[in-house]
Write a protein that binds this ligand. Sequence first.
Ligand code: ADP
Ligand code: F6P
Length: 472
Amino acid sequence: VPRDAPAAGTSQFVVVANRLPVDRVQNDDDSSGWALSPGGLVTALIPVMKDHGGTWVGWVGSADEHIEPFTFDGYGIMPVDLSAQEFNEYYEGMSNATFWPLYHDCVEHPEYHREWWDSYMEVNQRFATAAAEVAAPGATVWVQDYQLQNVPALLRQMRPDLKIRFFLHIPFPPSELFMQLPWRYQVISGLLGSDQIGFQDPGSARNFAHLVRRLAGMRTQGDRIFSPDGRVILARAYPISIDAQEILDLSRTPQARAEAEQLREDLGNPDKIFLGVDRLDYTKGLRHRVRAFGELFTSGQLDPMRNVYLQIATPTREGVARYQVLRSIIDEMVGRINSSVGRIGRSPIEYRHASYPKMALAAMYRAADVMVVTPLRDGMNLVAKEYVASHDSDAGALVLSEFAGASLELKQAYMVNPYDLNGMKNQLLRAAGDTHANHVRRMRSMRKQVFRHDIDAWANSFLTDLGTERPV
Ligand code: ADP
Ligand code: F6P
């Protein structure tokens, strides 16, 4: 295991995120090491970290484990430990059973527990302290996401010299929902410790500005918030994206092509492959989606002998009750549909509860005739962009929920309201049956959008947007 802790007070660029950008791996000689985690955010920020002598502050992903800070590939890694109780109260509880549902339209009921909040604040303080320790005078600190909303204010108290930026990867809710939160004032104040607050879409930024006026009594003008201490805080939308070129390159490799062909054959060479790829999360609209396919297969509008719906559901947050319930529901729905339509050796719904390597995902995107992305609410949805980027052939179609942030950019998708089952069924049929010329036209325009606005463009626009400041 590499050591050499990053020196205190020397990092010019500090990223603070719930998870570290590295995963532990087992070496051939049975020792353990670290490898970079897959994902756009990590890919985009690592070059910035390397250029500016950066450190990433984050949790290693397992509870009750202490890991010393170390350097990895030229930048610092500063692990923040969580006890088993904190894992339960800060991560599974406050983050994923309170903020997650509250910020996603309350599609499930958020739970409010005072001890979860206490734990959330304690862990936020720990992240802030770690960031304060490594940051150089005047450094930029970029805090990520809903698990760490109080870090900006806690950090500012300790280090008013820092430039503090925050990006929320999930939606910011309207005040009608946010006002339920017993700690609503503390959360708004926590975020207002930032100099810049980024959201996925303009609606989230507007919701936030409204709450700032209402709860903090501050004046706002467009995307600027005037804080009584004289600071002008920028709060606006920076829609996140993907490393489009990397995904295209991957999907063009001989291995991805071969895997895509093999997949089509394994699925019995259907006329159309419909594909869904989501974490098994209740915000992703899986119940509605499976129901729509069930009705289409049962009625024969989609011939179960000639069409396959492949759904990949990534295991996620498995200790949280709502996620366990969702898993049972989807297992049952899929089982019920498959046992009543199709025939032996041919299931119209192929359902896998597993993670896959990037290469396998690229092959699936390549093989899919219709990509189905129908969340009930989603900050962005990167899967939709990944599908578009990986489809360099002229074919392909994207069915997309109007409640995903991605719908503001991928306007040529076959748009659906996932709550409208008949509407969704019609759009699925329309997407599958549309002319080749229409598929080409729609995919081309979406591809252009995704390649122009990739993850590098996102990081640059965010980091250069404080006007008077140097880029980082
Ligand atoms: P969320 O952030 O809510 O999980 P996104 O669609 O924005 O949703 O991002 C999900 C990311 O996880 C994508 O980059 C996608 O490629 C990846 N992913 C999703 N499912 C799997 C899977 N089964 N195996 C590996 N990666 C996955
Ligand atoms: O995009 C939202 C998000 O919660 C990220 O912060 C996180 O990395 C991802 O989804 C996966 O969730 P988790 O870290 O809870 O496994």
